[in-house]
Structures are given as structure tokens and as C-alpha cells.
Design a protein around this ligand. Structure first.
Ligand code: ZN
Length: 246
């Protein structure tokens, strides 16, 4: 392939610009905020699940408490009814009286036991409520922290995208100076190796940092200035400049 030396030199400007574009893309992919956001999102999701579990438990206990309180009421009503019968003097047989008094005593014991159950459920419910409140607060705090990280990420993205947009504009100006076949070769090599063209400086390829052999240098010296030279080592386009050491 042949191309005007000036067009070949433009490849170096293009390679420099493309390395800026690559650095920007790399920075965009590896922003520390991205890992931070992922980590915080995982924590927020885990806490959200724990909040639901605690709220579900508190809800179950609220229903259990209502049922236990209804049981207490039922026993209390029965004991009051029996007490009224006893107080009314309508029960006269000593055997029936003894039986009624025994039932009242038994109902009072039962009520007391059930009240213990209610208290125990209330304690567990309060603990579950407190746990749900604590976990909700932790979740909200982490969500706020994540919001801050998202803001920083978006600001960084905006800055990177602005620079990338500027680079794209410059790239169009540079590629306008390069013939299509040379640009196609450069782009193909860039896809393959990341960098498509490198300067030959002091007998060395700056793409792969390899010093060229005397034979290779002589071959390049003998070639016309229009000839597009490739590095034997890394296959990149070697651009000759006054610093090439030829
Ligand atoms: Zn090379």
C-alpha cells in the first residue's frame, strides 16, 4: 500500500486521539462509583427483604395478640357471669355452690395464664416492630448514600461524554486527511491490536518497543516515502518521521 507521507503522519495524530478515546471509555467502564453503587444496591435489596420479614413477623404477632386478647375476654366474661350467679343467691345446693366456686377459681387462673401469653406476644411484637424500624432506617440511609454515588457517577459520565464528543469531532477532522484504504487498514489493526499505527523512533517501533534489525532498517531506507511500512514484530503501521533514525 502507498500513501503520501503527510497522510501517514496524520495516523500518529489519529493514534494519539484514539488512545484518549480509549482512556475515556476505560474510565467510564471502571468508575469506582459503579462498584460502589452495585455494592450498595445489593445491601439495600438485602435490607429490604429483611424489613419485609420483620414487618410480616410483626403483623403475624399482632393477629396472634388480638386472638389471645379475645381469649382473655371470653374467659373474663364467663367468670363474671359465674360470679353474678354466685352473688345472686340463686344457687343454693352446697354441691352446686362448691362446683361454681371451683369453676370461678379455675377461670381466674386461666385468665391469668392467658394474660401472661398476651404479654409475652406483646414483647415479641414490640421487638419485631423495633427491628423493622431499625432495618428500614438502615435501608433508607444506604439508599441515600447510593443516591449520592449515582449523582457522582452521572456527573463523571457527563464529563467523560463531553470529552468523548470533542474527541469525535477532532477525529473527523484528522480522518479527512487520510485516504480511505490507509484508514481502513489502520482501523482494522486498531480493532486487532488496540493501536493501529506507531512512530518509528531511533530505529525502534514505539508500538511494541522492539528495535528493528539492521536489515529491516535498510529495507525501510530503500523503500519509497510513499510505501506504507509495517512493523515485523507487531504488524502495526510504522510511521517514519525525522526522528526515525534512518
Ligand atoms: Zn512494533
Amino acid at each position: 500500500m502507498k500513501a503520501a507521507p503527510a497522510a501517514q503522519k496524520r495516523l500518529l495524530d489519529l493514534a494519539e486521539l484514539d488512545s484518549v478515546v480509549d482512556r475515556l471509555a476505560h474510565r467510564r467502564r471502571t468508575l469506582p462509583e459503579l462498584a460502589e453503587i452495585d455494592e450498595l444496591s445489593a445491601k439495600v435489596a438485602r435490607l429490604a427483604t429483611q424489613v419485609i420479614a420483620a414487618e410480616t413477623e410483626a403483623g403475624d404477632l399482632a393477629r396472634e395478640q388480638a386472638k389471645a386478647e379475645a381469649d382473655v375476654d371470653a374467659v373474663r366474661v364467663r367468670a363474671e357471669r359465674d360470679q353474678k350467679r354466685l352473688d345472686s343467691g340463686q344457687v343454693s345446693s352446697p354441691k352446686d355452690l362448691a362446683s361454681l366456686q371451683s369453676e370461678i377459681a379455675s377461670l381466674h387462673r386461666r385468665q391469668s395464664d392467658l394474660e401472661e401469653v398476651v404479654l409475652e406476644i406483646m414483647e415479641r411484637r414490640e421487638a419485631a416492630d423495633a427491628q423493622a424500624t431499625k432495618l428500614s432506617a438502615e435501608r433508607d440511609e444506604l439508599a441515600t448514600t447510593r443516591g449520592g454515588a449515582e449523582d457522582r457517577r452521572d456527573a463523571a459520565f457527563a464529563e467523560i461524554d463531553k470529552e468523548a464528543g470533542e474527541a469525535k469531532g477532532k477525529r473527523a477532522t484528522i480522518t479527512a486527511d487520510i485516504p480511505a484504504d490507509l484508514l481502513a487498514l489502520y482501523d482494522k489493526l486498531r480493532d486487532q491490536f488496540g493501536v493501529g499505527a506507531a512512530m518509528l523512533q531511533g530505529g525502534r517501533c514505539l508500538g511494541c518497543r522492539t528495535s528493528l534489525s539492521i536489515a529491516e532498517i535498510n529495507r525501510i531506507k530503500a523503500a519509497s516515502h510513499e510505501e506504507v511500512i509495517r512493523c515485523e514484530e507487531c504488524r502495526r503501521i510504522l510511521v517514519r518521521t525525522p526522528e526515525s533514525g534512518l
